[in-house]
Design a protein around this ligand. Sequence first.
Ligand code: B12
Length: 231
Amino acid sequence: MDLLGALRDAGFGITASLPWAEALAVAPALGADADTATSCLVVGNTRDLWPRFVASYQADASLRASRDPFDQFVEAQLQRCAGDRAIKYAHRSYAQGFLPMQRLAVAAGLGVLAGTQLVIHPVCGPWISLRAVILLTPTDAVVSPIAAAPACEPPTCNHRCEPLFQLAKQRGAAAHWRDWLAPRTACSVGSNWRFSDEQIIYHYTKDVRVIGTGATLVSYELLENSSTFTC
Ligand code: B12
């Protein structure tokens, strides 16, 4: 199976290729150990990845023992899809820090960067996650057509996210993770692609207790406020 097909089947349906020179212009650190790449593939996911993760988590004791089971799962799946190709991950901090995944995604045409500092995909809105960059060689004839990015301007955008984002920023260290969720939820693009509550809770809190439980924002609020309740 081709790389894009393998990624899609594994739940990584958000992909866009980027010529190497453009990738290096955005992320010079990519050049450190990759002189053979000619282009790269920016890889992300939608809500489609979560059920696959839950199934693996329930079947695999090493994931259940991991402190970062989701990141471990992402690495295993992407390595399986990418074969010998090198991969740089969004969640890893390299010698020069994190990769600027959002800038790479925007350069590859996956979306626009909104005032809320989230990349807005034309179909899925803010409900995409950026996972990695796969380095490609000349033998990889990867073409990934993408839809035109929306504009964060009327009529696409109603700017409802902005006051909510400002509020979360003002709260600073005192902000609750739900304060950061509010501007994402308010985006007028892609609400059909909103992550499940369970996925949202995990990404915002890293609380492994919710994995596979069908937890909701309401049930989790009870959990947050109680030392005995399990969801
Ligand atoms: C470190 C990090 C964080 C840190 C600090 C973020 C920061 N302000 O610097 C913390 C843990 C707080 C964080 C939180 C969140 N993050 Co974060 N984070 C990252 C990470 C791993 C690295 C960012 C970075 O330093 N890049 C390197 C520098 C050099 O890039 P840069 O272009 O100069 O800076 C970019 C970002 O830092 C961002 N940015 C800059 N200032 C701020 C301030 C805020 C408040 C936010 C939200 C973003 C942001 O915009 C810049 C332009 O692209 C990225 C993944 C990645 N590798 O990019 C995810 C990432 C940016 N985060 C993401 C998300 C969704 C969040 C959350 C909204 C929710 C979540 N965790 O699921 C929260 C909420 C925000 C908050 N403040 O609480 C997504 C964004 C997806 C999208 N559609 O755009 C990413 C891409 C991870 C992913 N797997 O998809 N994050």
